[in-house]
Design a protein. Structure first.
Length: 166
C-alpha cells in the first residue's frame, strides 16, 4: 500500500479508509483544541540597570517590550525587531535567553521566549502601538505593572523561584 500524508504528517497504513478518516479527524481536532502562538519579549536594561517598560495604546498596565514571532522568524530576531518598533532601539549588548514560558490565553497557548538585553540605547517616539515608555528600578516596579512582568523581574533579582508559566 502507498503511504498517504496529511500536511506533512505521515499516516500509517490502516486496514480501512474509515480508520484513516478517524485519524485525520483526530489530528484536525487536536490542532483546533491546542492552538499555539509564539511570542518574544525582552527585559531591556539601560546602562544604569533600570528596565524599560512600555504602556500600550490598546491595553492597560506596564509591560515588558515584545510581541509576536512571525512565521519562520527566529524568536531572538523577533525580540530585536519588537524593541526597534516599540522603543526605537538604537544599540545594545547581545541578547541573552532567559527562558521559554507558557501562557494560556483563552483556548490558545502562548509560548513566550524571554531575553535579557543590557546597555540598551533607544530613542522613543510615541506610535500607534506604544504611547509611553518608562525606565524603572527592577527592585521597585511601578504601580500598574502587569503580573507576568512583575514575576519575571522578581525572578531576575532572585526574589522569587523560577516558574515555567508566564
Amino acid at each position: 500500500m502507498v503511504r498517504k500524508t496529511l500536511r506533512r504528517f505521515p499516516l500509517p497504513n490502516f486496514a480501512s479508509g474509515l480508520e484513516r478518516l478517524a485519524l485525520r479527524g483526530w489530528l484536525f481536532f487536536k490542532a483546533l483544541r491546542t492552538p499555539c502562538a509564539v511570542g518574544a519579549m525582552a527585559i531591556a536594561e539601560d546602562g544604569d540597570g533600570r528596565v524599560i517598560l512600555v504602556r500600550h495604546t490598546y491595553q492597560a498596565g506596564w509591560h515588558l517590550p515584545g510581541g509576536g514571532v512571525g512565521a519562520g522568524e527566529p524568536p531572538a530576531e523577533a525580540a530585536l525587531r519588537e524593541l526597534r518598533e516599540e522603543i526605537g532601539l538604537l544599540s545594545s549588548d547581545p541578547l541573552e535567553l532567559v527562558g521559554v514560558f507558557t501562557r494560556k490565553f483563552g483556548i490558545v497557548t502562548n509560548l513566550v521566549a524571554l531575553y535579557r538585553v543590557r546597555n540598551v540605547v533607544f530613542d522613543f517616539k510615541p506610535n500607534r502601538e506604544i504611547k509611553e515608555v518608562m525606565r524603572a528600578d527592577p527592585a521597585a516596579p511601578p504601580p500598574g505593572i502587569v503580573p507576568g512582568a512583575r514575576r519575571r523581574l522578581a525572578e531576575l533579582l532572585g526574589h522569587a523561584a523560577r516558574s515555567l508559566y508566564w
